[in-house]
Write a protein that binds this ligand. Structure first.
Ligand SMILES: Nc1ncnc2c1ncn2[C@@H]1O[C@H](COP(=O)(O)OP(=O)(O)OP(=O)(O)O)[C@@H](O)[C@H]1O
Ligand SMILES: C[C@H](N)[C@H](N)CCCCCC(=O)O
Ligand SMILES: [Mg+2]
Length: 229
């Protein structure tokens, strides 16, 4: 059973949350209960109930079962990121307790990352240190743009160096004007040591409602079944 998937990306704004949405919708289409989790978020909307992060609100709306916001997003940083690198200890136990609590509510937890693999948290630790602590399987989102091959290979190498398993990657066409898109995908298929489990075309916001068909976790589930057999 696929209990957890951590979604990292080649950078911030490459489509981690869009792909997390696709994964949640794909699992829902398989009648598989799945919840989204954003352990670290930047507050980008102040509401009467406090700061909210758009990613976390989206993940909450796509979760089955629906869980309270505080369970979906336990740690919120300042939205403009000013002053976040202040040495304040990050509560990895809180992040982990939240993960384990959600795993009791649904078959799968899709964990939406923050920035890229080596993004630094307020206490100067890498976010990846928590992912390593939880030994999470990783999906990498590659925002297809000039320079992404380097970022993708470096991210895959860092995940391997950290002793974690990259179970798949998703090509996300964030730059519709990239002339050599097909060639970049061909190179990535040769160089990234994990199966491609999805491909998203450039989609205007209005077409980003149901993304289930753009990802396929069957290869990941088959791998998981082999590993736990
Ligand atoms: N395939 C796509 N087609 C069109 N727009 C896209 C696509 N993928 C992502 N976007 C847009 O790019 C922006 C960044 O996407 P998203 O928020 O998923 O990135 P992210 O990696 O989660 O960013 P962050 O690091 O801030 O969490 C969003 O406005 C999203 O709608
Ligand atoms: C606020 C922004 N939109 C993202 N949600 C967070 C980006 C974290 C980047 C951290 C880093 O610079 O490595
Ligand atoms: Mg996001």
């Amino acid at each position: 059973m696929l209990k957890y998937l951590f979604v990292t990306g080649t950078d911030t704004a490459v489509g981690k949350t869009v792909v997390s949405q696709a994964l949640l919708q794909h699992l829902a289409a398989l009648n598989h209960s799945a919840v989204g989790y954003k352990p670290v978020a930047t507050g980008d909307k102040l509401t009467a109930d406090g700061w909210r992060n758009q990613d976390a609100l989206l993940l909450q709306s796509l979760s089955d079962p629906i869980r309270p916001y505080r369970e979906i997003s336990p740690v919120t940083l300042p939205g403009d990121m000013r002053g976040i690198y202040n040495g304040e200890p990050m509560d990895f136990a809180l992040m982990s307790n939240g993960l384990h609590q959600l795993s009791r509510q649904a078959q799968t937890v899709i964990i939406d990352g923050h920035g890229g693999w080596q993004s630094i948290l307020p206490d100067y630790r890498s976010y990846s240190e928590w992912v390593v602590h939880e030994k999470l399987p990783v999906v990498m989102v590659i925002g297809i743009q000039t320079g992404c091959i380097n970022h993708a290979i470096l991210t895959a190498q860092a995940i391997a160096t950290d002793g974690l398993r990259l179970v798949g990657w998703v090509a996300n066409r964030i730059n519709p004007g990239l002339a050599h898109y097909a060639e970049v995908l061909e190179v990535l298929r040769k160089k990234i040591p994990a199966p491609q489990i999805g491909e998203l075309p450039y989609l205007p916001r209005a077409q980003q409602r149901n993304l289930a068909g753009y990802v396929d976790l069957s290869a990941v589930m088959a791998l998981k079944a082999r590993l736990t057999a």
